[in-house]
Design a protein around this ligand. Structure first.
Ligand SMILES: *[C@@H]1O[C@H](CO)[C@@H](O)[C@H](O)[C@H]1NC(C)=O
Ligand SMILES: *[C@@H]1O[C@H](CO)[C@@H](O)[C@H](O)[C@H]1NC(C)=O
Ligand SMILES: *[C@@H]1O[C@H](CO)[C@@H](O)[C@H](O)[C@H]1NC(C)=O
Ligand SMILES: *[C@@H]1O[C@H](CO)[C@@H](O)[C@H](O)[C@H]1NC(C)=O
Length: 428
């Protein structure tokens, strides 16, 4: 077998060297004399070389992308794992810790990011607290980004930060099913046991991403202006600035827009990060000069990729209360919004003020967080029973303790998947 390959290699080398030499000679000659007939000969010669060697090697693939296939979907019906990014800025350390506790489950993975604007002392304190916590230490599934990124709100550095966290999650604890991007001012409205229980019943291919191709006013205010994000090259935070030139709407791909909150599959995150198809990279570079890129990058990639267009579910799994007409920021949720939040059936809500009383009400009435700060569930019972078992894994659905929240998410998710014409409503 090996000798065969070597022989074939040798057969390749000679014509290749010969054609290289010939090409060099011809290029020199054509540069010297710069006469058009010679150039034609050059083109003709090198072309015939390529085609004859391609004919020699019978099974060389013409298109490399077709050989690069998507990773297989994980088997359904076991308990899925979620990978969370929770990020914040100056002063968000405590909220991040609270959100993490409310979201914690040993089967999941968590990356915490306090951006470069926050004082180093705050980032170190967060890292020390995670390291010092016996529960996080035991399951080793929480990572704190210590080499923090400068993140400009509305700028492409926000998308870069999200991709950075997703890359860490792929590298450190790659066996998860969905990636969820949250901030310190987000909070769950269901327990992780509820969420995992519901998600274990649905196929792992669905990407929950709110999107539309109807970009409306955003064509003039977002797609045409060209912005620069100083966060890409500066040590200090400042807002994005505008170039005087405008650009036209892309024709190489179609723009989509939607919510900056999403739950994306492992498959799609690999597609975006590995970049064997150039689309995610091209679109990323395009969005480097786009205002509010987090509201468009993943939407545009997923809807322009044939492999993924039909995996979209048009919802961001969040309860967000916008003013009417919408302003730049949603309004802060308070106790007055409690019932509407619960009735939305969404697993997450935003945006909450730090330690707002409504969070205590959610803890008390929905999550049942106890004095330890964790949300009771199957894993927590096991932890209390056996302190020597460091390798807790969720083996089956019976390890979960689903509660009232299960019905709410089920209603939302099954409602979305069973909509009329669900198959025909992707990326429109
Ligand atoms: C990810 O999370 C942050 C919150 O820190 C948010 O502002 C951002 O827009 C989110 N989305 C994306 C696509 O990065
Ligand atoms: C996606 O769904 C549409 C409508 O059902 C169908 O025509 C199309 O072939 C599907 N695309 C892929 C790649 O499966
Ligand atoms: C606790 O976990 C250890 C290690 O997995 C196991 O050997 C032991 O039987 C467990 N004890 C109980 C009471 O379940
Ligand atoms: C836990 O898992 C680690 C790594 O897989 C292994 O080295 C260790 O022996 C396991 N411990 C127990 C008690 O099963």
């Amino acid at each position: 077998m090996e000798t065969k390959i070597v022989q074939r290699g040798k057969r390749w080398v000679l014509p290749l060297l010969a054609s290289l030499l010939l090409s060099c000679l011809l290029i020199t000659v054509s540069l010297l004399f710069s006469s058009s007939p010679l150039r034609h000969t050059l083109v003709f010669l090198s072309f015939s070389q390529i085609s004859s060697s391609a004919a020699d090697s019978d099974d060389s693939p013409l298109f490399v992308e077709s050989k690069l296939q998507l990773p297989p979907l994980p088997p359904a019906n076991n308990v899925p794992r979620l990978a969370y990014l929770i990020s914040g800025s100056t002063g968000d350390g405590r909220s991040i810790k609270r959100t993490l506790q409310a979201l914690y489950h040993p089967g999941n993975r968590y990356v915490l990011h306090l951006d470069l604007e926050s004082p180093p002392a705050e980032r170190l304190e967060l890292a020390a607290d995670i390291r010092g916590d016996p529960v996080y230490q035991r399951y080793k599934n929480v990572w704190v980004i210590t080499r923090a990124n400068l993140v400009t709100y509305r700028g492409p550095t926000m998308v870069a930060n999200t991709l950075h966290a997703a890359a860490i999650l792929l590298k450190e604890g790659g066996d998860w099913d969905w990636f969820i991007n949250l901030s310190a001012s987000d909070y769950p409205l269901v327990t992780q046991d509820d969420l995992l229980y519901t998600l274990s019943t649905i196929p792992r291919q669905w990407n929950f991403i709110e999107h539309t191709s109807d970009i409306g006013w955003k064509e003039y205010q977002r797609a045409k202006p060209v912005i620069i994000d100083p966060g890409l090259y500066s040590l200090h935070k400042s807002d994005v600035f505008w170039a005087t030139e405008k650009r036209s709407v892309p024709t190489a791909f179609k723009l989509f827009t939607g919510s900056a909150w999403m739950m994306l599959t492992h498959q799609f995150i690999e597609f975006c990060l590995w970049g064997w198809d150039n689309l995610p990279r091209t679109v990323l570079m395009y969005y480097a000069n786009f205002l509010s890129s987090p509201e468009g990058y993943f939407h545009t990639v997923i809807c322009n990729a044939d492999e993924f267009r039909n995996t979209t579910v048009n919802h961001d799994l969040h309860f967000i209360s916008w003013d009417n007409p919408p302003k730049q920021h949603p309004h802060f949720l308070t106790v007055n919004d409690f019932q509407r939040m619960v009735d939305s059936n969404a697993p997450f809500a935003r945006k909450f003020g730090r330690d707002d009383p409504v969070l205590d009400r959610i803890d008390e009435e929905i999550l049942g967080r106890d004095h330890s700060g964790f949300v009771p569930g199957g894993w927590y019972d096991a932890l209390k029973k056996n302190t020597s078992d460091v390798n807790y894994t969720v083996r089956s659905i019976s390890d979960l303790r689903p509660g009232a929240g299960t019905k709410r998410i089920e209603k939302l998710i099954l409602g979305l998947l069973n909509q009329d014409d669900f198959d025909k409503k992707h990326c429109i």
